[in-house]
Design a protein around this ligand. Structure first.
Ligand SMILES: Nc1ncnc2c1ncn2[C@@H]1O[C@H](COP(=O)(O)OP(=O)(O)OP(=O)(O)O)[C@@H](O)[C@H]1O
Length: 242
């Protein structure tokens, strides 16, 4: 007897949880004889803020760089929106980093010769926007981060906390789906550090961007929805925060 062909099952059924936006699994990475990642995994859901914590040298930055397509892992899988980032070409990865990802580091990310306004406008200019449009949007972002008065100043004329708020504006101006932040408050005192992480997470939640933030500081991780702990190149997910 011929059996009726079963209809193709949809990828997701009603009520299924949304798939992760970005999922790295079983990641391994060595630099020469140093094994930076042994077996690291991290899934990031749309709009979620995840803190990556752990001791110095445990592989946090390497994990972030792999997930962002900056460093290619030796083994493991990374999927972003259905694309395989491990095998993606270099031009594809740089296009993705420019259009879908935002980056924030501890320091040194602003171009010293440009004004704060020009720094924030830069990602849009690189994306082909006219100077006028890009700088109008940059001015709005600087106002949003409470540093509108610094538009004509250079990064060297800003305090560390002000510079980081300018850098947050620059990381978010293109409307990234994921912001990767590596110790964004590491060079700041506790008051300024708190202000930067609060403004970053608030702005990300307003724009719907997900955030992966590497930090040593529990008070920074407190702004995250979830913590992932790295130890000796392995990850341990501590689950959702209450
Ligand atoms: N480009 C590189 N070349 C050589 N070794 C590297 C490189 N990047 C990382 N490592 C090594 O890999 C290991 C993990 O480094 P990683 O920076 O990922 O750790 P981390 O947890 O972010 O450390 P920290 O908190 O001190 O920044 C360390 O032993 C580090 O020295």
């Amino acid at each position: 007897m011929n059996r009726p062909a079963s209809p193709a099952l949809p990828d997701r059924l009603p009520g299924d949880p949304a798939p992760p936006l970005l999922a790295g699994s079983g990641l391994r990475k060595s630099f020469g004889l140093t094994r930076a990642l042994e077996d690291a995994s991290l899934s990031l859901y749309p709009g979620e803020v995840v803190a990556v914590m752990g001791p110095s040298g445990s592989g946090k930055s390497t994990l972030l760089h792999c997930l962002a397509g900056v460093v290619r892992p030796d083994a493991g899988t990374i999927e972003y929106g259905g694309q395989d980032l491990v095998t993606a070409s270099d031009p594809r990865l740089s296009a993705l980093r420019r259009s879908e990802f935002g980056f924030l580091f501890q320091f040194g990310q602003l171009v010293p010769e440009l004004s704060c306004l020009e720094n924030v406008a830069l990602p849009l200019r690189l994306g082909g926007w006219s100077r006028r449009r890009a700088e109008r949007s940059a001015a709005e972002w600087l106002d949003r981060l409470d540093v509108g008065g610094l538009a004509r100043k250079t990064p060297g004329e800003c305090s560390g906390g002000q510079g980081q708020r300018v850098a947050v504006a620059r990381a978010l101006i293109t409307g990234p789906r994921v912001v990767f932040a590596d110790e964004p408050t590491g060079a700041l005192d506790s008051l300024n550090g708190e202000r930067v992480i609060r403004m970053l997470t608030e702005a990300a939640r307003e724009t719907g961007a997900a955030v992966v933030v590497v930090t040593h500081e529990a008070r920074v991780a407190a702004y995250a929805d979830r913590e992932v702990v790295c130890r000796d190149g392995r990850t341990l997910d501590t689950g959702a925060r209450g």
